[in-house]
Design a binder for this molecule. Structure first.
Ligand SMILES: *Cc1c(COP(=O)(O)O)cnc(C)c1O
Length: 219
């Protein structure tokens, strides 16, 4: 099956899931996760009309996106993987949205780079809904204070919350918790759902889903 075909398949599954919960399909965006795939694998997806992409490593993204961005205007690049503060400058220079703001140190480094580079990016706070020790993210109880710090003290544009539920659990309760935290904190967007569970995430209010293997094939 071609990558164009898989992309349209994902889009129609998203539309069907939206219709099933009476949501507008246009209110849900698709972040095509292109990590590990090369520029030549990504080009057909851009040619098929996809404009929003996600990468999980700054260095890997630097190796392929500048050339793709030069070829096509209007691309939007999301960082969906962990960010070290010594990479903040490079991340702000390359990405449009950073979905993995997960601690004060990185929030401060990003705020500084936004000012220095005059590139005010949009941000998501990553929430560790399963309180997994090995996983990044703000604990649910600390989300309010952290959103306030980012917005009020650092003037970051906090557009949404993001989560990656524990692999071995039913994701529904995690998506529900993320939606509740967003509502309580006046945060509009929810980045949740991947190839295996994006329809479930749409049912719980996802405004964007991050889909890799269902589009690009297995990694
Ligand atoms: C890789 C990745 C995805 C996409 O996963 P698939 O199962 O391939 O759809 C989504 N979100 C994050 C944070 C990822 O690292």
């Amino acid at each position: 099956m071609s990558v164009e075909h898989r992309l349209s398949e994902v889009r129609s599954r998203m539309a069907k899931a939206a219709a099933e919960c009476n949501r507008e399909p246009e209110s849900i965006s698709l972040v095509a996760v292109s990590k590990t795939f090369a520029a030549e694998d990504i080009r057909p997806v851009i040619a098929a009309g996809q404009r929003i992409f996600g990468e999980n490593r700054v260095q890997e993204a630097q190796g392929k996106w500048p050339v793709l961005q030069a070829e096509t205007t209007g691309l939007e690049l999301h960082l969906i993987g962990p960010l070290q503060s010594n990479k903040a400058a490079e991340a702000v220079a390359l990405f449009d949205v950073i979905e993995t703001v997960d601690r004060e140190k990185i929030a401060r480094a990003l705020a500084e780079e936004n000012k220095r580079q005059k590139r005010p990016l949009r941000y998501y706070i990553q929430v560790n809904t399963g309180l997994e020790p090995q996983k990044a993210g703000i604990a649910p109880d600390d989300v309010s204070a952290f959103v306030r710090l980012c917005r009020d003290d650092l003037a970051l544009t906090v557009e949404g919350l993001m989560c990656i539920p524990p692999v071995d659990e039913n994701p529904g309760p995690h998506f529900a918790l993320l939606a509740k935290l967003a509502a309580e904190n006046g945060v509009e967007r929810l980045s949740m759902g991947m190839s295996g569970d994006f329809e479930t995430a749409i049912g719980f209010g996802a405004t964007s889903v991050r889909v890799g293997s269902a589009i690009f094939g297995s990694r």
